[in-house]
Every structure is written in structure tokens, then in C-alpha cells.
Design a protein around this ligand. Structure first.
Ligand code: SF4
Length: 83
């Protein structure tokens, strides 16, 4: 189990993440979020006050790490072994 956190205040909507990890999707605000229905996604919590999305995910962490490394403003944090 691991967590993916997206800092939506930093997200620029260019979507380098979408091509690295299919769990990332564009939401109605034109920013990145995590698809709650994607395989392995246990929970997606969106906190609009803090401009954050935190997803709890089971399974392959490598694509999430690729997305985090590809994100130009560093808006993605992957935390292994959380929850
Ligand atoms: S790559 Fe980073 S900045 Fe670009 S859409 Fe994804 S999370 Fe946002």
C-alpha cells in the first residue's frame, strides 16, 4: 500500500503524469487527480481547502514514481508504506 499526493496549487495541468501512470486523470477543473475507479485505487480524498488530493493505492508503485519524476513543478509526492 502507498499514497499518492497531488499538490493542486502547484499543478500546471500539462499532464506529463497521465502518460506515465494511467491512474492519473484530468478533473473538471483541468487539474490532475486520481481515478477512484482505477485498478488498485483504494480511496481518493480531495481536500479543496488545502488544494490536495491524496490517494491510497495498492499494487505497482513504479508508475507513480515515474509520474512524480516527470512532473515539472514537483506537485506529486509518493509515500511508500503509508496507511
Ligand atoms: S505532471 Fe504534475 S503539474 Fe502536470 S498535470 Fe500532472 S500533477 Fe499536474
Amino acid at each position: 500500500m502507498f499514497e499518492i499526493e497531488i499538490d493542486r496549487a502547484a499543478c500546471d495541468g500539462i499532464f506529463a503524469c497521465l502518460t506515465r501512470d494511467e491512474r492519473f486523470v484530468e478533473d473538471e477543473m483541468g487539474l490532475a487527480t486520481i481515478d477512484a475507479d482505477a485498478a488498485g485505487v483504494v480511496e481518493v480524498a480531495r481536500d479543496d481547502e488545502k488544494d490536495r488530493v491524496v490517494a491510497t493505492v495498492e499494487g505497482d508503485i513504479e508508475d507513480a514514481n515515474l509520474a512524480a519524476r516527470a512532473c515539472p513543478p514537483g506537485a506529486i509526492t509518493v509515500r511508500e508504506g503509508e496507511t
